[in-house]
Structure formats: C-alpha cells, structure tokens
Design a protein around this ligand. Sequence first.
Ligand code: KG4
Ligand code: ZN
Length: 366
Amino acid sequence: MRTLGIETSCDETAVAVLDGDGRIEFALLSSQIATHAPFGGVVPEVASREHLKALPLLVDQALQRAGGPPELVAVTAGPGLVGALLVGVRFAAAFAWGRAIDMVAVDHLDGHQVSPFLDLDGGPARVAPTPVLGLVASGGHSAWYLTGAEETTRLCRTRDDAAGETFDKVAKVLGLPYPGGPGVDRLARLGQGADTTFRQPRLKDETRDFSFSGLKSAAIREIRARGLEGLGEERVGQAGRDLMASFEAAVVRQLLTPLPDFVKEHRPVVITASGGVAANTLLRRELEAAGASLGVEILLPPLGLTTDNAAMIARAGQLARQRGRRDDPRRMDVIAREVWHPPGMRRQIERQHAAEKASFASQGEC
Ligand code: KG4
Ligand code: ZN
C-alpha cells in the first residue's frame, strides 16, 4: 500500500510517501527551528500556524513526485502539542475522506521505534524480528520498550525531564541555540569528561526508571559556578567543553544502565535506539560497544531519521494497517501527551499509574 505519512506533532512539518515495501519515495520536511529560536523553545500557537502554512505545500509536492497516488494516509495523532497535532490530523482526515482511502492514526513513539528499520538509500524497510529492545530518547520522551510478536511493553521511562529536554535546558543556560543537543554533542567531542562531576540518581522503588531533573539542576549549577553562563559555543572554552563531556556522559550512562539487565531478562534479537537523542555521538558509540559485549545486534536509524520525520509515521501506519487497524476520518481526534498509547499497552500503563499514585499518596507527596 503506497502510504502518505504526515507528522506535525511539534516543530517540524513533515510529509513522506513510502511504497508498499516501505521504500521512501519522497520525504520533505519544513523545520520551524529558526522561527522558534528567539524564544528558546517551541511556542505552541506559532507551531500550529506554521504547520497550517507548510503542510498543503508539502503534500502538493509529495503527490507530484511520489511513484503514484497514495492508498493509505498515516498521521501522527499524539503525543504532542494539541494544536499542532490537530492541523495534521484534520488535514489527513479530509485527504482520506475526499479520496476515499484508508487512514491510520499513529502514535509518534511507534513512529520513532520503526525508524531504525528504514533505509535512506532507497532500499525497502527491513522487517523487524522479535523481540526488539528499543530505546526512545527525544525532546519529550525517554523510555525503553520491548516489542514482541503481539504487543509492545514499556520497561522503564523517565519520571521527570526527557533526555533531549535535559540537553536543551542545560544548553540554553550555556548560551547554545535551541535545540541544544547537537551543540552539547559538538562541545563534548572536544572535551575531556570526568566521571566524578555528576552523580547518578537513585529512585527509591523497584523500577529502573530514569530521572534527569537532578542532573539538569546540577549541570546548571556547575555552569554558573564556573562562570560559563550565556557564553555560547565559541566562548565557553575548554572548561565548557570538559563540563559538557561530563554532562553528556552522565545522560548516556543513565540511559544505558538498565540495558544489561533488560538483555538478560528479555533476550532481544535486536537493540534499537531512536528519537532525536539517538543522533548523539557518544550514545551511538556506547550502544555499539554494549551490543558487541552483550552479543546482540545494534540497529540505529540513519542520522537523517533520528529526529521527527514523516517516513517513520508512514511506516508505522503501514504496519498498523497490515495488522488490521483503520481509523474513521470522521471520528478522528487528538490526544496530547501521556494518554495516547498503542492498544496493547493501555492496561499496563493504567496499572503503573495506579501504583505510582498509591506510592506517592503513601509518601504524602501528592
Ligand atoms: O525526536 P525529536 O526530533 O523530537 C521529539 O520528539 O522530541 O528530538 C529532538 C531532541 C531535542 O531535544 C534535541 O536537542 C535532541 O533531540 N538532539 C540531540 C542530538 N540531536 C538532537 N541530543 C543529543 N545529541 C544530539 N546529537
Ligand atoms: Zn519525536
């Protein structure tokens, strides 16, 4: 099924067309980074308006340049900014309805998870073996998932900031442009990290969940203590480069700490990483090293597909359609943030939330 993918969950308007084997026939992205940069982060209303301008133009180009007319529309329906998502979802619904073709609503995180199986050099998408152990680390999410033949289970997640958000917030204090992850990556490559600068958090429960907010505060404190605030990439000097190397190492270490246990427990065939943070040089290097020592294949998305894109949404939609999923364009809605999950995960997440609520209540913190 030739599939049109549409992604508007945050600050990139992205459109792609995949043929029935998941070959990318067309992919185009209009980034709003420059528009939001003066604000130091994404302004939701501005994002929606920019999507509204760009989306029809991109789809027009997609229709002209793809190998043929799409037979399926896949669109990100959450999580994300509600207004931004609505632009994509309503457009996709009208497109599907007007052309009498199928439509599938896609979870943005499912999209990231299939990105390692796509080929940017014109090849078909690789069929994912199971089980897959997958890290999704982006500006809004940080979690490990296990995808088996039947369903996807979340093994752990961040309790507060996402890894990408942590990079962005620390980078902002240092005076790096938004999004800050690539700048921290560049500085860290030129620095010498010290293992002792940042401690790893310890959660007082059985989960292997992450917590990045303490690390974020500690990094910001260090930036200020060393007089590096607002200096920017050119002026932070070796002290800034070294600090960013330590900070980046602490983020990566935390993301990879549960990996050996997860491998032992779930015996994955492949380990993947996806989301914007999967572009990080140290994370990619450490994952490759972990894969070699654990004896498991590591599959990383091409750099061009780590951050938000529509090819991954089209592919996730294609796979969902193959499993029988179809959404009614007249009833499409958007669910922002945590509430949108693949059907197989809903019960697990409800149980987790109930347990967390109970544990917070018993600590008197809620
Ligand atoms: O997946 P993505 O495009 O958007 C979300 O779904 O959030 O991820 C964007 C995030 C940003 O926080 C950005 O700083 C981070 O990915 N990022 C990186 C790198 N490239 C992008 N973080 C660390 N190192 C990088 N090289
Ligand atoms: Zn994303």
